[in-house]
Design a protein around this ligand. Sequence first.
Ligand code: BJ8
Length: 381
Amino acid sequence: MLNLPENFKSYSEARQEGFIRLKGLKESGKKVVGVFCSYTPTELILAADAVPVGLCGASEDPISYAEKTLPKNLCPLIKSSYGFAASDTCPYFYFSDLVVGETTCDGKKKMFEWMNEIKPTHVMQLPPGRTSGTALATWHSEMQRLKDVLSRTLQVEITDDDLRQAIHLKNRERKAILDFYDIGSLKPTPLSGYEINTLIDNNTFLFDTEEKIAILEKRTAELLEDYEKNFKGKPSRPRILITGCPTGGVREKIIRRIEELGANIVGFENCSGPREQKDLVDENKDPLLALAEKYLRVNCSVMSPNPQRIEAMDEMIENYQVDGVIEVILQACHTFAIESSRIKKFVTEQKHLPYLCLETDYSQGDTGQIDTRISAFLEIL
Ligand code: BJ8
């Protein structure tokens, strides 16, 4: 049994409720900017008095539609994101005045060219690494370019003061998210990894940062109380760290099943975990430079080289007292697939922990095989 709160909402329930909320916001005159990635500086969107909304890309349903244009042998997240847009089945995309993407992996950046034919899509030119000496300057100028595009498209002026306020608000949200994630470091943990994976995604459908912070703070306090009353001093189930690609599209067949089969997912070293939140934007610097510095530190495998991901993993394995690491690779994701050998080597040879790699897509065809592999892995912990 997963330890979920009484008022737990599934991702699809939260997504449905968000439609109505966003429709109301649009009718009141709010502008909406659709986003996809942890590299997007949402502070700039908030400073433009617009709502940043995470666009849908976690369902198998629109993939066949996307395959009319995109190759079949492409990451399911990219096909799903494009499929929702092209089939006009994502209200969040429909309500967006502008979409912001980044040149992360090859598949995404080329897909954005097609997306731009449906809705104006501004693509930030993300440097492919941090070591060139020009990376920060390039990314800093991309912050300025996004600021100009937002001002022009949404017909607003973005002042430094607006930006500073948005940075402060987002930093407060990051701290609330980090405190929530931190509950997973308790042993035994009262927090289900399925809840971690769902709540953070569900919160993207609230559109009000203060409300998101309040929900996170309340749930963190409840979990601390639950730990003191019902968990402290009890034996722990095997503790799993998830790494690799985003897991929103495989939440039911992998994340939920790991916990139903007897382990606890205590943390996520991926974009469903603290990868973006783990350090704050410096509030004492020029705001655009501070944003450029912060977002360049996001340790995704699209960066080359990317030793910061190993450092983050090392820290999480220690802080979360991890017993085993499961890496999720979405089919045709070359950057995470290539980095996975390095992750395996680090986990098994330097941390002396078991490692399992699950390569999958959004279909249900491999659920039995995945269950078998997870069960066999949990037996050795
Ligand atoms: S910061 S993880 S959200 S790019 S789309 S790289 S799975 S082949 S999603 Fe991502 Fe931003 Fe990085 Fe996070 Fe692979 Fe698919 Fe590309 Fe993907």
